[in-house]
Each structure stands twice: as structure tokens, then as C-alpha cells.
Design a protein around this ligand. Structure first.
Ligand code: MN
Length: 738
């Protein structure tokens, strides 16, 4: 449908808006570039609409604004954001773009198009696609930034998508995009992505926490004011120009804390942090001095926690973050975190690497980021690893804390916390890793498995005779070290298999032996080899000597040998991916639905009335999970193309399993009251009951046979009314799989 007059007017007003948001757009040339890309994309998308009904071009406009304002990139990136879906969705080709906008922009658009081809369209092998995507991403870092902006806008407008797509997209966002944003230091975007993903993955939790944040806001604000006011005047008296705020944590991070510490919302004390952002006086070099000065002034008012000072100014985080974090004792005896940053540091904290560029005259290179991208590229091109393993490890590396280490020459290396001397060896060079025999840590001899701590100086001792060992995989922790060891082992294995096979064939020829298949299997058994690869490998390694081969066999026709003993590396055939179900349709579970078509997930025990999503497994059976099941969320991230929307349509009452956890005070007769309520009043059968009591408090789990959520809710309401009961919650096993 063509655009209405009103829509046209709005779109035309957006060009100036975008240009004014792009602070790095200064010259006439810059404005011209944005104008030309705006006009081309506007024309190209003019007949398209989004799922929500809005003109399609509203999407590229929104992405361009995010790129300009929220990430702070320059005119080239803004132009690319405007053009990002043109090649993908319209008749324009990449050659057209190159002709009009040059090579750089065409390359970025090409990268973005490739990503959406592998990721958004062809959904058959999602995990493999992530790898391909990252490979494309690493060619020009701006591709990552624009893709993140694209994803952010899609998350902001996810409401108009069908449910199974929401879950898939939200899953990918938690799994990959939020960690990527974190790694690139895009703190604000990372936080928003996480919160939005939570909103779709765990809608009830999201609503509950956001309501509670709102409800407690007033109280919190007055407490923050109580802390800030004396700080303000003290800092002012010392002539420090700064801005002090108290900010609430994100919904996602509060939820994470609740889960990790297993506490309710009310018991999360550090729900906010105080932030002091100061105007730097004498340039970047004295910022650290100024931050410590502010810290000293704070301690005039509040007592600080001696052990909790984190100096990210001296050694910035790998994503570029700089700040001084201290914890002080506030009013009402609560510990409060105070973050001290210069305006420059704050900019970097919010926008990450993109902001770094501002402070480096016109140079688009950010040292750390480049070296990280180099590592990513290396890992990606190393194909020895299973795609899923790779991605899991890669993801771990995105989020892990770090240790700072030094080479004997004083060069700084960063490794994830828990890294060993072997990881360090591989970090320096593959060759050093492969040949490592031990390490000198702070001049003391240590084994390769030694776990390093920040500040260690590490020297790796090598030997030409050394080669990677299988056992090394037990204590290599970085994905780089692991993949290098695996590929070396694989190479070594293949080398020995080939060598052994040649030796064997030559020996058989030399003796002119005739071998039947049966004889060969017998032979293998005599030499204690598991299979033919193992047999050859052992020959190659010299473990099996062929000197007595003749003794073992009679002479027969040797042609049989070749037929059976040519090495074959048959790749395991992929199991059939064919899905007969139409995923775009809502799948209705009613009394007629065959039990062969679906099954209820054991991890989360869904019951009618629950918000559920179906996952089509390898055998084409729909496994029904609750929408907030952690296992489902994990599946959604990796194999989101297998999700279907489910609706309950059961008319006859059936029984389903549900588990509840009850807590309360251990009063006399309470167990009797609970069971009476369940059996007699509600007439519900129990599958199992398990109660523990300790110091007057009891807790326990009860498994019930229940019809649907209404039935369960009513029962839970009745139980909570029993005297002495403090809480009743529904639980499931997927919680353990966080
Ligand atoms: Mn897009």
C-alpha cells in the first residue's frame, strides 16, 4: 500500500532530524551522503509496510537514529543504517550501492545483507549461522554496531510479531546480541536488550519486578536524596564540578540477582548505585588523580568498605570501561556502591568503543577492540570445533571476568578469570602453546595447569619435543587454547592414521598376503585395537609392530583387502530436518489431538491455562513447554526455527502434573491441615509429598494431579489461607538449568 500524505510528511521531516542527531556529521559532504542514502532508501521501501502496518521506512529511520544518537557513530554508519535493508528486501543490488556510495559502504551493506540471509531467513541451522554471522561481523566492526541497532529496534517493536517468533528473537537476543553489546561496551543498549528479552521470555516476572520498582520508587528516591545531599555540598566546597545521580538497576539484573542469591525482590539491597560524573580539569592524564581525590572527599562523610574498591581506571575492562567503584556505609546502615567517572569515562561506559573514537582524532581504530576482533576471526576460521561448543565457549568469553597478566618483557595480557599457564602460552602464540612444558610464574616453576592471578608475570618454558596432549583439554580454559589443542590433536591423529595405513599396506604387499574381511577383524582383535582407525593409529605411533604379521595370517588374495580396508571418513549423516507442520499456524491441543503428536515437557510440567510454546523435536513431535521454562529459552536461542505457537483447547477435564513449594511455620498439625485441604476440600490427588522442618520453619514440595491453571490457582489460594503457611509457589525442574 502506498504512503498516505500524512506519512510522507512525517518521513520527510526525519531527514533533518537524523542529521541533527549525528554529532559527527559536520561537513557539507557528510550531509550530502546522508541525504542521498535517505532518498534512495525512502524510494526503495516506499511500497512496503511492516507487520505493524507502519511504512517500512520507519524501521531504517529508527535504526539510523539509534546508530547516530545512542551509539554515536559517524555519517558513513548512519548512511549504512538507512540503507541496511535495501539490498535485502528491494530490487537494488550491491553493485548499485557501490556505484552510488563507494566500496566501504557497499561492503558494510553486503555484510548486513549476508547476516540477515543466514540468520533471519534461512533458519535451518541456526547455530552454524551464528558462526557465519560472526565471521561477517568481524570484517568491519561497524557491521556489528549497525546489526545491534537493527536488533534493538526489532526488539522495541516485537509486539507485532507472532508469539513463536517473539520467543525465538528474544532467545537469540539473550544468547548472543546482549553479550555482544556487552563486549563492545554498549552498556545502555545491552541493558535494554536484556530487559526487552526478559519481557518476552518471562512476561510475568518482568511485570512483577517492574511493578515493584515503580511501587518502591518514591521511598528509594528520598533515600538517595539523603545520601546525595551531603555529598553534593562537600564536593562543591572542594571546588569539584560534578553531577551526582542515583540510578536503579535494570529489571534483568535485579532478576539475575534474585535467582543467583535465591532471594525475593524485597531482599535485594543494592538495587541502585550512586554515580558521580565529574568535569575533568587538566586533560585525560590527571583524571585518575581527580577520581581518587573525589573518593578521599567522600570518605570525609561516609565510611568506606576497605576491601571494595575497584579501580577500572588503572586497568580498564576489556570492553573499554573505566571508572573507580567504591562501597561506603550509607544512612540506615546499608552498603552503597558509588561509581566515580569523568565525563569521558561516562561516555565510554554508555556507548563503549564507539565513544572511544571521539577521543582519538578521526582514527577509527580502537586498539583493544581490534585485537579482540582478531581473536574472534581466528576462532571462527578454525573449523575443528563443533559449532555449538564453539558458540557456548565464545559466549562465555564475552561475559567472563578477567585477570591481568604480564609477559617477562612487561607486556600486558588479559585472560578470562580462571585461566591457566597453558592458556597464557596459547595467548602469546600457537607455537608457544603447542611446545609448552611448564611455566615460571613470578620466577617460580609451576605446571601448565597452574591457575593465574592478576598481576602475575608469566614466562613459558618450551621444548621442541613437546606436542599437545589430550589431558591438556582438562585445564585449558580459553576457547582459543581449546580449539588450538583440539585441532593439533586431530592433525596428529590423522597423521598417524595415514602413516599407519601406509605402513600396513606396504607390509601386506611385501608379504603378498590375501586378507578377508573376517581375517582383518580377527587381526585387529589380536592387536587389541578398537576399530580400524585405532589400528592404523597404533601402527603409525609404533605401538603395534608389524614384524609378526605373517605369523598371524594365512596367505590369500590381497585384493579383498583393498575393498574393505580403504580408510573412509564418513561424516555422520545429519538426521532429517523435514518438518511437516506448518509453523505459522496456531497448533491447537484439544481432546482429539493425538498423543503421538505432542508431549508435555518434563522440565516445566505445563498444564492447561499456562502460557506455552511448542518445540518440534527431531522426531517431529511437539514438546510443549511453559513460556518461562529455562530449557525452552535455551532451545529458542539455538533452534528458534523449531518453535510453534500453541493454544489449549481441551474440553474434557484431564489430569496434569504440577509441583508446588510450600513454606511456613512448623505448627502442630499443619501437615494434616495441608493434606486435608488438598484431599478433602479440593479433592485433588497427590503424587508425592516431601516436607522438611528445621528450627520451627518447614518447607516442602508437593506434586499434584491438576486440571488446569485455574484449578491450581484456587488450590494455592486455599492453602495460603491455612494458618502458619507463609508462601506457596509453583515450581519446576527447569529452574536448575539456568
Ligand atoms: Mn532491519
Amino acid at each position: 500500500m502506498s504512503l498516505t500524505q500524512e506519512e510522507k510528511i512525517w518521513i520527510n521531516s526525519q531527514l533533518d532530524e537524523i542529521i541533527s542527531l549525528c554529532q559527527r556529521c559536520k561537513s557539507e559532504e557528510d550531509r550530502d551522503l546522508i541525504t542521498r542514502s535517505f532518498n534512495l532508501a525512502n524510494a526503495a521501501h516506499s511500497k512496503m509496510r511492516r507487520k505493524s502496518g507502519e511504512p517500512y521506512f520507519t524501521h531504517p529511520i529508527a535504526v539510523a537514529k539509534i546508530v547516530a544518537q545512542e551509539i554515536g557513530l559517524g555519517p558513513k554508519s548512519v548512511a549504512c543504517a538507512l540503507l541496511h535493508d535495501v539490498v535485502e528486501d528491494t530490487d537494488y543490488t550491491i553493485e548499485d550501492i557501490e556505484k552510488q556510495f563507494g566500496k566501504t559502504i557497499a561492503n558494510i551493506i553486503d555484510g548486513l545483507t549476508k547476516i540477515s540471509n543466514v540468520l533471519d531467513k534461512d533458519a535451518s541451522l541456526q547455530v552454524e549461522n551464528f558462526r557465519k554471522m560472526l565471521l561477517t561481523l568481524s570484517e568491519d566492526v561497524r557491521v556489528i554496531f549497525i546489526k545491534l541497532a537493527d536488533r534493538l529496534h526489532n526488539m522495541r517493536t516485537l509486539d507485532s510479531m507472532p508469539e513463536y517468533k517473539q520467543i525465538k528473537i528474544a532467545g537469540e537476543t539473550t544468547y548472543l546480541y546482549a553479550p555482544l553489546a556487552h563486549r563492545l561496551g554498549l552498556y545502555t543498549i545491552k541493558t535494554e536488550l536484556e530487559d526487552l528479552a526478559l519481557k518476552y521470555e518471562h512476561p510475568l516476572i518482568y511485570r512483577e519486578i517492574s511493578t515493584k520498582i515503580k511501587e518502591t520508587q518514591e521511598e528509594r528516591e528520598s533515600y538517595i536524596k539523603q545520601i546525595i545531599d551531603p555529598l553534593k555540598s562537600e564536593l562543591q566546597n572542594n571546588g569539584i564540578d560534578c553531577n551526582i545521580t542515583g540510578r536503579s538497576k535494570s529489571i534483568y539484573s535485579i532478576w539475575n540477582k534474585m535467582q543467583n542469591k535465591n532471594v525475593p525482590f524485597e531482599e535485594i539491597y543494592d538495587i541502585f548505585a550512586i554515580r558521580i560524573i565529574f568535569k575533568s580539569k587538566n586533560g585525560i592524564s590527571s583524571e585518575k588523580q581527580q577520581a581518587y581525590n573525589i573518593f578521599a572527599i567522600i570518605t570525609n562523610i561516609y565510611v568506606h568498605h576497605g576491601e571494595r574498591i575497584r579501580d577500572w581506571i588503572t586497568t580498564p575492562k576489556a570492553n573499554g570501561y573505566e571508572a573507580l567503584h567504591v562501597t561506603v556505609m550509607g544512612p540506615l546502615g546499608k552498603w552503597i556502591e558509588i561509581q566515580i567517572r569523568s565525563e569521558r569515562m561516562d561516555d565510554i561506559a554508555e556507548k563503549g568503543y564507539a565513544a572511544h573514537w571521539k577521543y582519538k582524532d578521526g582514527d577509527d581504530d580502537a586498539g583493544n577492540l581490534e585485537s579482540w576482533l582478531r581473536t574472534v576471526r581466528e576462532q571462527l576460521t578454525n573449523t575443528s570445533e563443533d559449532a555449538l561448543d564453539f558458540l557456548d565457549e565464545f559466549k562465555l568469553n564475552l561475559f567472563s571476568a578477567e585477570v591481568y597478566l604480564f609477559t617477562p618483557k612487561g607486556e600486558l595480557k588479559r585472560l578470562p578469570k580462571g585461566a591457566t599457564a597453558l592458556d597464557f602460552a596459547y595467548e602469546i602464540h600457537t607455537e608457544i602453546g603447542d611446545r609448552a612444558i611448564a611455566a615460571k610464574v613470578n620466577h617460580k616453576l609451576e605446571p601448565l595447569s597452574f591457575e593465574l592471578s592478576s598481576g602475575d608475570q608469566v614466562e613459558i618454558l618450551t621444548s621442541d619435543k613437546q606436542s599437545p596432549k589430550v589431558e591438556w583439554l582438562d585445564f585449558a580454559t580459553t576457547s582459543r587454547a581449546k580449539s588450538k589443542i583440539k585441532s593439533a590433536l586431530k592433525e596428529e591423529r590423522l597423521y598417524n592414521i595415514n602413516k599407519g595405513q601406509k605402513l600396513f599396506i606396504n607390509k601386506v604387499k611385501e608379504l603378498n598376503l590375501k586378507l578377508t574381511h573376517k581375517k582383518l577383524i580377527e587381526l585387529r582383535e589380536k592387536y587389541n585395537a578398537k576399530n580400524k582407525e585405532d589400528f592404523y593409529r597404533q601402527i603409525g605411533l609404533g605401538i603395534i609392530q608389524l614384524d609378526d604379521l605373517e605369523l598371524q595370517l594365512e596367505k590369500k588374495d590381497s585384493s579383498v583387502f583393498k575393498k574393505y580396508w580403504t580408510l573412509q571418513f564418513i561424516k555422520k549423516a545429519k538426521s532429517s530436518d523435514s518438518l511437516k507442520l506448518n509453523k505459522d499456524k496456531v497448533y491447537l491441543i484439544n481432546n482429539e489431538t493425538s498423543k503421538k503428536e505432542y508431549s508435555l515437557a518434563k522440565c516445566c510440567n505445563p498444564i492447561p491455562g499456562d502460557e506455552v510454546v511448542g518445540f518440534i523435536n527431531r522426531n517431529n513431535i511437539i514438546i510443549i513447554h511453559r513460556k518461562n521454562c529455562n530449557i525452552l529459552n535455551n532451545l529458542a536461542a539455538k533452534q528458534g526455527d523449531r518453535l510453534v505457537t500453541i493454544e489449549w483447547g481441551l474440553k474434557k477435564k484431564k489430569s496434569f502434573n504440577a509441583k508446588i513449594r510450600i513454606e511456613g511455620f512448623d505448627k502442630l498439625g499443619i501437615l494434616f491441615n495441608i493434606t486435608k485441604e488438598i484431599y478433602q476440600e479440593a479433592n485433588v490427588n497427590m503424587k508425592s509429598i516431601n516436607l522438611n522442618s528445621n528450627d520451627g520453619i518447614f518447607s516442602g514440595e508437593i506434586e499434584l494431579y491438576i486440571h488446569d491453571t485455574k484449578h491450581l490457582d484456587k488450590l494455592m489460594r486455599d492453602i495460603i489461607r491455612i494458618k502458619g503457611i507463609k508462601s506457596v509457589v509453583r515450581i519446576d525442574d527447569s529452574e536448575k538449568n539456568k
